[in-house]
Write a protein that binds this ligand. Structure first.
Ligand SMILES: Cc1ncc(C[n+]2csc(CCOP(=O)(O)OP(=O)(O)O)c2C)c(N)n1
Ligand code: SF4
Ligand SMILES: [Mg+2]
Length: 309
């Protein structure tokens, strides 16, 4: 395959010329009233997604919001635009199909820690390594919220839940380390208690040409209250941004940051520019389409079957 890959049409997120369509307002993009518990961190993530859409002047037909199953995964219900509340753990393959077939859309995927790293763990690794263009925001609350308090892959040791009455004994995964090791080309960390920072990370993730992953701490006030207090200055904690000297292209340095004890650092840990699966497939399509110019669909299919004989 050639090194210079076909450029996939850029997502149209710029301001339209005067007199043309305006971007959506929060009112136009908000659907049903969210059914989350009062105080749930997920409200903040949704509000910032609306803000992102408003700020970047995106239109309904240019965005799609996908999720798996969980409290956090109810997200697409609350967005008045195209999207899907899909199968538990299977949001990423579904989103990959959209991303690869519709390069004009920006695909946003939201979900929880259980959805992403437990049942959907394999899909997370493979979507990251394939570098499929999309933004994946995991609203990490360290627990299964929807099903009322089971241990999740990010629950810390000793966490008492319905599945670990005496405290969790399994070592938790580190989402940041996992994303970097899997090959994600944009890896960032934020928390629902810092709205400006969430928006900043969402914007940077959206602008990244590749698989962009955000771990967003999002407190479950019902089943893990206070989990992230030590990262919240309003609760006596500390919010440390990634040091200005950090080189985001340095994978080892990113891995080191990811290993800091909680609350660790917030910001972009890792970013690299690698051709996306989207661009590679577009290149293949372009080169093969030239070989079938003028043929009808059935003739192309017939050629394929003949070749398989
Ligand atoms: C195949 C399948 N297995 C299990 C479930 C039950 N289930 C629904 S949501 C969920 C976990 C949700 O946890 P998380 O992804 O962390 O989301 P949260 O509710 O915490 O936002 C589970 C186990 C399901 N819906 N489908
Ligand atoms: S159970 Fe937890 S995660 Fe689910 S809506 Fe309530 S506070 Fe949010
Ligand atoms: Mg969860």
């Amino acid at each position: 395959m050639s090194e210079t890959l076909t450029t996939v049409p850029a997502v149209s997120t710029t301001t339209p010329p005067a007199g043309e369509r305006k971007g959506l307002t929060k009112k136009e993009i908000a659907a049903d009233h969210p059914t989350w518990c009062p105080g749930c961190g997920d409200f903040s993530v949704l509000a910032l997604y609306f803000k992102l859409i408003e700020k970047r002047k995106m239109w309904h037909e240019k965005i799609t919001t996908v999720a798996g199953i969980g409290c956090s995964s109810r997200f697409p219900y609350f967005v008045q635009a195209h999207g899907a509340h899909f199968i538990h753990g299977r949001a990423l393959p579904f989103a990959s199909g959209i991303s690869l077939s519709r390069p004009d859309l920006h695909v946003f995927v939201f979900g929880g820690d259980g959805d992403a790293f437990s049942i959907g763990g394999n899909h997370f690794n493979h979507t990251a390594r394939k570098n499929v263009k999309m933004t994946y925001c995991v609203m990490d609350n360290w627990v299964y919220g929807l099903t009322k308090k089971q241990t999740s892959p990010t629950s810390p040791l000793g966490f008492k839940s319905k599945t670990d009455q005496w405290g969790a004994v399994d070592y938790p995964i580190n989402p940041m380390k996992q994303a970097i090791a899997a090959g994600a080309t944009f890896v960032a960390r934020t928390t629902h208690t810092n709205p400006n920072h969430v928006l900043q990370m969402m914007e940077a993730a959206m602008d990244h040409d590749g698989f962009s992953f955000i771990e967003c701490l999002s407190e479950c006030v019902e089943f893990y209250e206070g989990a992230f207090d030590s990262s919240n200055p309003r609760k006596g904690g500390v919010f440390n941004e990634v040091p200005k000297t950090h080189d985001v292209t340095d994978e080892l340095a990113a891995y080191k940051l990811a290993g800091e004890p909680f609350p660790g650092s917030f910001g972009i840990f890792y970013k690299s520019n690698k051709p996306t699966k989207n661009a590679k497939e577009a290149e293949i399509n372009k080169s093969f389409q030239s070989k079938v110019t003028g043929l009808k669909d059935w003739q192309i299919l017939q050629k394929n079957f003949d070749r398989m004989k």
